[in-house]
Design a protein around this ligand. Sequence first.
Ligand code: CP3
Length: 348
Amino acid sequence: MTTVPRFLAACRKQPVDATPVWFMRQAGRYLPEYRAVRARHGILEICKRPELAAEITATAAERLGVDAAIIFADLLLPVEPMGMKLRFATGEGPLLESPLRDPAAMARLRTDGAGELTFVAEAIRRVNAHFGGRVPVIGFAGAPFTLASYMIEGGGSRHYLHTKSLLYTEPELWNALMEKLCAVLEPYLLSQVDAGAEAIMLFDSWVGCLPLEDYRRSVLPFSRRLVQAVQVRGVPVIHFGTGTAHLLAAMDEAGAEVLGVDWRLPLGQAWGRVGFRPAIQGNLDPVALFAPLPELRRRVDEVLAEAAGRPGHIFNLGHGILPDTPVENVRAVVEMVHEYSAVRREAS
Ligand code: CP3
């Protein structure tokens, strides 16, 4: 008999033996193994060398004992084959040269370059070879809005002034840009599925900056298209954003199997806003990982109590692990989640 890994069962709201747990950014800078590789290679170089990306992905998942491994890559990778120049400045995150600010530059964006990102698919194949089905691999991409925000602002942003101005004042240009992003992201995501990704995560990390009606009109249709393209292949989708309490019901209309939520609402309330339809992923505050163990345990238990034993909870943070997070606390959370769910099951 083959058993479905608990992470995949939970994506489908099927019963599990214990709540599955993994962490966004689980392979990042807080891990000494990552820093050791990173001391010798740039972040883009690691992404483009499947043997390095696969090693980092697998090492982090093994070390933590988590139920899923997100492939080591970056949200910004697709901008290069679209014709933009990308670099990572130390401590500053991604920077794009010549941000997209005029119609001519948008018209020049290429949409035929997804095939230049095959190193991600190759890294997925290698991680799968390592785990042999024991730990499912999650592929991912940025959702069109979040990717567009980096392309237009040229990096991270506080107010998304240029992005939102384009969306508010040039709807046709905005839609054309979303179309172009979908044309690249769809084959990119499907190449990850073909390589063996057993779930796909769509990161709309910064979409919470939009008012509800603009989200619905100018973003949701494009995210929905990508969700559906993946679902046709029988692979579940995790749809995530931060600061999205006001958008959850609208995001749910994209139809992903799993909704990823940040820590701002109690998990039960966030889940209630979508009528408990999808599975839910979240939502411990990443800063809780810096707390002494008793406080950390209290907060982990609280998230689990909010899920109330309903099928379809995947334990995660409300956003990525922060640099300097104590590794032993991350491991402790994995144990707490697995133990707690086992105790609950015995009690019920
Ligand atoms: O285990 C994992 O999750 C690692 C794989 C991964 C990375 N980036 C590697 C990375 C994933 C899933 C991402 C996604 C990503 N990248 C997102 C969406 C997730 C989110 O946080 O909302 C976003 C917005 C980006 C863009 C990006 N890349 C930023 C903002 C930064 C800087 C972060 C910082 O803290 O400085 C990066 C760089 C980056 N990508 C790092 C890693 C491990 C750290 C930089 C380094 O090693 O020098």
